[in-house]
Write a protein that binds this ligand. Structure first.
Ligand SMILES: [Ca+2]
Length: 207
């Protein structure tokens, strides 16, 4: 590398002195040249250290992804229409159901249309547990029902008749989470602290 630089320096001198008759590089110029070279060398070292740091971060992400994938495969996820679903068989409050879904790489289910709702109804109907299953919707602002997954309002709905309670109803302030009943797939607003099973959804299927 050094010999290449010396050669380059020599060529620059010759070109300046003989062809263009310009003043050749002075000692000051050589110092500036070395300063620039050292600055570039420092930049090169900095970029190398950044590249190494990024490499270790990518390796850590790969490791996390592998362990999530292994955990995912251990559970009984069921594939439907490019998404995967997991029926939680422990009876928990709505907030715990939401957390549990996130911990295993999903979210408390967001139901987009009647075919997805019918499919979920069939799955929970197979369960031996005759109960409600939490869905991923709550109304933080009373009456403004949204999916927790992406905070969008419900477009498709399948509430049982007279549900959700109108905001004028006394139950409206305490029935803030949506569950569906195994028998009919209808939706009910329910007290979030009640304990029910739950349905998780994931956009990724490691299958
Ligand atoms: Ca969905």
């Amino acid at each position: 590398m050094t010999s290449v630089l010396r050669f380059t320096f020599f060529v620059v001198c010759v070109v300046c002195g003989t062809v263009f008759s310009l003043p050749c590089l002075t000692n000051k110029s050589k110092q500036d040249f070395n300063k620039a070279r050292n600055a570039l060398k420092s930049l090169e070292n900095y970029l190398k250290s950044q590249a190494n740091s990024i490499k270790y971060k990518v390796q850590a992400l790969d490791k996390d992804m592998t362990s999530m994938e292994e955990d995912f495969k251990r559970r009984q996820w069921i594939k439907y229409n490019k998404h995967c679903y997991y029926i939680g068989d422990d009876s928990v409050r709505w907030t715990d159901a939401e957390r549990k879904c996130r911990e295993i790489g999903g979210y408390l289910v967001k139901i987009d249309d009647s075919s997805e709702n019918n499919w979920i109804k069939q799955q929970i109907n197979k369960s031996s547990r005759r109960t409600n299953f939490w869905l991923g919707s709550t109304d933080v602002v009373n009456g403004d029902w949204r999916w927790i997954y992406d905070q969008t309002q419900l477009s498709y709905k399948n509430f049982a008749s007279s549900r959700p309670f109108p905001t004028s109803h006394s139950y409206s302030n305490s029935y803030n989470c949506i569950g569906t009943h195994y028998s009919n797939g209808k939706w009910y607003d329910l007290p979030c602290q009640n304990h029910y099973l739950y349905v998780c959804e994931s956009n990724f299927c490691f299958q």
